[in-house]
Design a protein around this ligand. Structure first.
Ligand code: NAP
Length: 248
């Protein structure tokens, strides 16, 4: 039986690399996106042409009705779910907190925090052995920003990722006896387009000298940690965090 994996925000960056690696390792996939229809369809076509079972689903992870519709589509297509990668995330332009608006904080928390909560809640309903499910593995994308604070850039984003850390710990304890493991990966400075959204496309190169390994990371290097946490190789690991940050 193929294991079924939902990756949110799979159109680019870490999500897209996780999709490629997961397909290679035999997962059937639901790839979520919001705006980048062309990119996600290109990814789906390349995976499908290699023989992988892949569907795409447009949903804003911060909107409950859209997340529910996505899980209904997964149930219809696959009849089960074994893994969730809570990857969709957003940054806003770099700023001191003193200059930020409540509307910005609302957006940051709605997508990064409530989006992950909603996707986890619906996954648990299907995965839980209490409901006849097969159990499963949830991997949350936190960030080293949760520990470093991201001063003068995005303290709000760092705080949202701090909330993800607390959720990872608490949820792992809540659902451990339902066959579900919950862990998180904490990337450092990774080469993706998220930094351009924060207003500085060259951010990783500017800061890489502060990384002990003196380089930024690749999305695939984060994807490898995610895939390990999804797999049976990490069967006794729950409520845990893997830093993928070159030692920073
Ligand atoms: P990215 O390249 O900006 O990609 C973000 C993805 O999230 C896109 O596929 C985007 O889809 C999707 N997305 C955004 N808002 C969404 C929403 N409301 N609903 C559904 N999908 C949505 O980001 P990334 O750098 O790969 O980051 C992936 C995760 O790792 C994020 O949680 C991020 O916070 C975390 N992280 C990244 C770094 C880093 O240095 N890159 C470091 C630490 C943590 P569309 O394009 O279709 O809208």
């Amino acid at each position: 039986m193929l294991k079924v994996l939902l990756i949110t925000g799979a159109s680019r960056g870490i999500g897209a690399e996780t999709a490629r690696l997961a397909a290679e390792r035999g997962y059937a996939l639901c790839l979520n996106y919001l705006h980048s229809k062309q990119a996600i369809e290109k990814l789906r076509e390349s995976l499908a042409s290699a023989g992988h079972h892949v569907i795409t689903f447009k949903a804003n992870v911060g909107v409950e009705s859209e997340v529910m519709a996505m899980y209904q589509a997964i149930e219809r297509e696959f009849g089960r779910i074994d893994g969730l990668v809570n990857n969709a995330g957003i940054l806003e332009p770099q700023s001191d907190l003193v200059d930020m608006s409540p509307e910005r904080w609302q957006r940051i928390l709605q997508i990064n925090v409530i989006g992950s909560f909603l996707c986890a809640r619906e996954a648990i309903k299907l995965m839980s052995t209490r409901n006849g499910g097969h159990g499963g593995s949830i991997v949350n994308l936190s960030s080293r920003a949760a520990d470093l604070g991201a001063p003068h850039e995005y303290v709000d984003y760092a705080a949202a990722k701090g909330a993800i850390d607390a959720m990872t710990l608490g949820l792992a304890k809540e659902v451990g006896d339902q066959g579900i493991r919950v862990n998180a990966v904490k990337p450092g400075l990774i080469y993706t387009d998220i930094h351009a959204d924060g207003g500085e496309a060259g951010r990783v190169d500017r800061l890489k000298s502060s990384v002990p390994m003196l380089r930024g990371g690749l999305p695939v290097e984060v994807a490898e940690a995610i895939l390990w946490l999804l797999s049976e190789a990490s069967a006794y690991t729950s409520g845990s965090f893997i830093d993928v940050s070159g030692g920073r």
